[in-house]
Design a protein around this ligand. Structure first.
Ligand code: ADP
Ligand code: MG
Length: 500
């Protein structure tokens, strides 16, 4: 490999820092309620307007290895804490920018890493100490409110944060269903049960049923004859065999006291008639994901083979079809179903997607809040409080080594990037904000009135800590990177061979 493909030492560090700053810059303008929207355009010309940092980073199409590592950092923050992705990337950018300055002043990356880690553990301890423990539901509402503020869902923040918190009290985010349907957002509702966006497979079926439910994986149709038949007697015979096959399945379902069938594949029309005759409510072409959620929640078996199932494979539940103007859906409730479904009406497909993203974050943070109940003040308050604590010398040890200490202080100062960015988004004077926050901890950024004051905005402690740790841990591993080796693309190797 020639030397052009290896980037080493200071040059590699520059690349990393520049990329991190570029990416932090790309998303920092979206931070907070006054954050601006960005338009994402893909190669096909599809456009989305969003101010969700995670969405922006995820959709970034890049070949730059450093940029893709940073995009991964955002993804893992989202997976761990559901929110705080922009915060994480913005802090990481600031930490790397300050590291770069320190390196230029002759501080070795290892000293920086030590100082950053020291600062982090002090900040984690302090945030824990000043967090407030709230009642679970209230913590969930507060967390959801903060996550929804600044998104297009904000107009409905009160209804939605109540829904998110109640949902989080009964179900974990992975078991929650979020359904966007056409309609007015104020009609959003929480259903304690599983919701499947499906109407009955044919008219004339019952719309309510209670009892055993069969969850079926395979197509409900007779076996197909592979030969082409011309003899009417033979055709008759085949039809009779097919009918007998269907009768047999239905007889088995009846014997297992099945009242409802959810089938992942198609249900043949003759089969539907038989089911209807036996008062069995049936749904066909149900998404696999929905079927699996039911299997999980109801504790039954997924049926793949009709020759081999019995009553004990069935799950018991009540099922109700809800007719709505646009989409009919079915609600499944049962003992031990700890599922919550949110039905989110939205006027357009695009707003539906934005609502979906906002709610995914909001139910996630609500869940963290309901579980942990420890909350800290948002709007930049918590970061200013941690920064103040670390810099004031009250109760925080300083490092013996002056270079490590410089890095510890740089970490503390870097945390201020959050209130600073919020202030910037509101058009406030940065210098003024920084000085004031440095003197009086406990203030946050009121982005609407453009003042610093005590704010009633709360975030789960876990989100704040995770964003900060993610920023440090990933920043540190980038600082450790000494060289970047670019492997050649295969096409280039071929092209070179051809030229020779
Ligand atoms: P992230 O991806 O980091 O969650 P957001 O765009 O959601 O980015 O912005 C989160 C920041 O906005 C947090 O620091 C939060 O405290 C702050 N914030 C949320 N609501 C308000 C508010 N009403 N006033 C000021 N800041 C707020
Ligand atoms: Mg957020």
């Amino acid at each position: 490999m020639d030397d052009n493909n290896i980037v080493k030492g200071r040059e590699a560090q520059r690349w990393i820092v520049d990329t991190a700053l570029e990416m932090a810059d790309a998303v920092r303008h979206t931070l907070g309620p006054k954050g601006m929207d960005m338009m994402l355009v893909d190669r096909m010309g599809n456009k989305v307007l969003t101010n969700d940092g995670a969405t922006i980073l995820k959709s970034l199409e890049t070949k730059d290895p450093v940029a893709s590592i940073i995009a991964e950092v955002a993804k893992s923050q989202e997976q761990n804490a559901f929110d705080g992705t922009t915060t994480c990337i913005v802090i990481m950018g600031e930490l790397l920018r300050r590291a770069d300055e320190l390196i230029s002043r002759g501080v070795h990356p290892n000293a920086i890493i030590k100082g950053y880690r020291m600062g982090l553990s002090q900040a984690i301890a302090w945030s824990e100490e000043i967090s407030e423990e709230k009642e679970a539901y209230e913590a969930g509402v507060e967390a959801a409110k903060t996550a929804i503020t600044g998104k297009s869902a904000e107009d409905f923040v009160d209804i939605l944060s109540d829904i998110c918190s109640r949902a989080a009290m009964v179900s974990s985010p992975s078991e929650m269903m979020l359904l966007t349907v056409h309609g007015k957002p104020e009609d959003a509702e929480l259903i304690e049960g599983l919701v499947v966006l499906k109407g009955p497979a044919t008219a004339g079926m019952p719309t309510k049923a209670a009892g055993n439910i069969a969850l079926i994986e395979s197509e409900m149709a007779p076996p197909q004859a592979q030969v082409s038949l011309t003899d009417p007697d033979q055709i008759k015979e085949i039809v009779a065999i097919q009918q007998a096959f269907l009768d047999e399945i239905v007889a088995r379902l009846v014997k297992a006291e099945v009242k409802v069938v959810f089938c992942q594949k198609n249900i043949d029309s003759k089969m539907l008639q038989l089911l209807r005759k036996n008062d069995i409510l049936a749904f066909r072409n149900v998404r696999r994901n929905d079927i699996l959620k039911m299997v999980h929640a109801l504790g039954g078996q997924l049926i793949a083979d009709f020759a081999d199932f019995s009553k004990s494979d069935m799950s018991a539940a009540t099922v109700e079809v809800v007719e709505s103007a646009v989409n009919d859906y079915v609600v499944v409730r049962g003992d031990g179903i700890k599922a919550a479904s949110i039905v989110m009406p939205a006027p357009t497909e695009q707003s539906g997607e934005e609502f979906q993203r906002a709610l995914e974050d909001a139910v996630g943070v609500s869940y963290l809040a309901v579980q942990n109940k420890k909350m800290v003040k948002g709007a930049g308050t918590i970061q200013a409080q941690m920064s103040y604590r670390l810099l004031s010398g009250e109760g925080c040890a300083t490092a013996d080594n002056s270079k490590v200490e410089a890095a510890r202080r740089a970490f503390a100062e870097a945390l201020l990037i959050i209130p600073q960015t919020l202030a910037e988004s509101a058009g406030m004077d940065l210098m003024d904000v920084t000085v004031k926050l440095g003197n009086s901890p406990g203030l946050g950024v009121n982005v609407h009135d453009m003042v610093l004051e005590e704010m009633n905005v709360f975030e789960p402690l876990a989100v704040v800590q995770s964003a900060m740790s993610g920023a440090v841990e990933n920043g540190v591993s980038l600082l450790r990177t000494h060289s970047i080796i670019m492997a050649k693309p295969i096409q280039e190797i071929f092209a070179e061979a051809e030229r020779r």
